[in-house]
Write a protein that binds this ligand. Structure first.
Ligand SMILES: [Cu+2]
Length: 469
């Protein structure tokens, strides 16, 4: 009861704050070029719209996603009124492909008035395919289509969501999973499942239910890919078996070891892949301690019951796995170092270095540069910071070097934490760097990482109606 009142107060405040949210400029060029100054055809510049996947003879996989409004029936029989779905479900259809495939996805907007896009979260795509309204394309209006085309270069667990008014549209249901199976399976497992944690209206869901059941036989090895499409970190307890964290954000962890009774904190936007064995004739239960939703895996009888799941220690990715030799280390010579202070100011601004989105200067990079970012959380809750178009290596937390080589695309930074991360600028374009608590992004915590010489013909603002959040 008490919790319900707090949720109500929170929702009312959120509605008020969002309603009187940031003033949005009429027109803005996210490449950082001066408005009215025509650069797109001048020499020495390249338009993001022209950066596409080259021709190859990779096997082609085609998909069609229709964004539409309608009532959505949950597995419980309850109906969510006026949900927004891809092909009638939320999450939309799971797109499952093989590493190296050429992916062609036609997005059709049936009736979402303000337009939609698809951003391929965590997937390294060419600039024109990143799905950010007003940066890499215009929002796709009702009756229109847009076709995405890119090569799935990295195996791993990813997801997709609209990046037009993303704080509203993802929450209304415009999300889905994007799974790239490895060409060569490095690990052995019998079952490969993927699920999405998300909120739809007032419902906290796993896929389209609160209690999910997945089949597996005794002794079978299960790979479970967990996508957190919510705005906040979700903590998951694994009951009845030991498990390995084999991948985070689509990047395999070298030297992952078996752990037991540790809560897995999955930041907003992140994906964790875990591997475990089904015990003899017993089920495994995975409990989201934030929502009490559960996933039951296994055909046997009910497994062990453990109380106080909330009191389990948290899994710590900074102290897990073994390092590999790669191109980035603390000793690397960085071409640029930037500090980003993440904060909140009354009544409703989420800021980076004291400014909100359209006042934050872009970080300018050159192809081939090694960039280090220092992320400092001074307030406003946890900020899951997402970078488009790149994977970054996490170097330190609060000054302490990581134990292994962890590459992410989204890093939840808790209050008072300081992380150092680094990435190689190897994908020329215009890329968002923003908080994946999409409410925070909408209220200002969003900026650009732009390559020198890259321009865009698209505009963000009230005039074009492109509002990426
Ligand atoms: Cu945030």
């Amino acid at each position: 009861m008490k919790k319900k009142i707090w949720v109500c107060i929170y929702l009312i405040l959120l509605t008020l704050l969002t309603a009187c949210g940031m003033e949005m400029p009429e027109e803005m060029d996210m490449s950082g070029h001066v408005l009215g100054h025509k650069t797109s055809h001048s020499s020495g510049t390249t338009s993001c719209a022209d950066i596409k996947e080259g021709k190859t003879n990779a096997p082609v996989k085609k998909f069609h996603l229709t964004a539409k409004a309608g009532d959505l029936k949950l597995e419980s029989g309850e109906t969510i009124k006026n949900a927004w779905t891809f092909n009638g479900s939320s999450p939309g259809p799971e797109i499952r492909v093989q590493e190296g495939n050429r992916i062609i996805v036609t997005l059709e907007n049936k009736d979402i008035r303000d337009g939609v896009t698809i951003h391929w979260h965590g997937v390294i795509v060419p600039c024109s395919q990143d799905g950010v309204a007003g940066v890499t394309q215009n929002a796709v209006k009702p009756g229109e289509t847009f076709t995405y085309e890119f090569i799935a270069k990295h195996a791993g667990s990813f997801w997709y969501h609209s990046h037009q008014q993303s704080s509203i549209q993802a929450r209304k249901g415009l999300i889905g999973r994007f799974i790239v199976e490895p060409k060569k399976k490095e690990l052995d497992y019998n079952k490969d499942y993927a699920i999405t944690l998300h909120s739809l209206g007032d419902y906290e869901l796993i896929n389209q239910t609160k209690q999910l059941y997945l089949s597996a036989k005794s002794k079978e090895l299960v790979r479970l890919r967990i996508v957190n499409a919510k705005n906040t970190t979700q903590k998951l307890a694994v009951v009845g078996t030991s498990y390995q964290v084999i991948s985070i954000d689509g990047n395999n962890i070298h030297g992952s070891t078996l752990i037991r009774n540790q809560l897995i904190p999955i930041g907003a936007g992140q994906r964790y892949d875990i591997l475990f064995q089904i015990p003899e004739n017993r089920q495994v239960k995975i409990v989201n301690v934030e929502t009490n939703n559960t996933i039951t895996i296994g055909d046997g009888s009910e497994g062990e019951k453990i109380k106080d799941l909330n009191k389990q220690p948290k899994f710590d990715f900074t102290q897990y796995g073994t390092p590999i030799k790669d191109k980035i280390s603390l000793q690397s010579k960085f071409d640029k170092v930037h500090s980003l202070t993440l904060d909140w100011s009354w009544p409703n601004k989420f800021t980076i270095n004291g400014e909100v989105m359209h006042h934050i200067p872009p970080i300018m990079v050159k192809k081939g540069h090694l960039i280090k970012l220092r992320l400092i959380n001074k307030g406003g809750g946890t900020h899951p910071m997402h970078l488009h178009g790149h994977m970054f290596k996490v170097l330190t937390r609060n000054g302490k070097p990581l134990k292994s080589s962890i590459y992410l695309d989204t890093l939840p930074v808790s209050e008072n934490e300081i992380y150092e991360i680094a990435f190689i600028a190897d994908n020329p374009g215009l890329w968002m760097k923003h908080c994946h608590n999409l409410i925070h992004a909408q209220l200002g915590m969003s900026m650009m990482v732009n390559y020198e010489g890259i321009t865009t013909p698209y505009r963000v603002g009230t005039k074009s109606g492109n509002l990426p959040d």
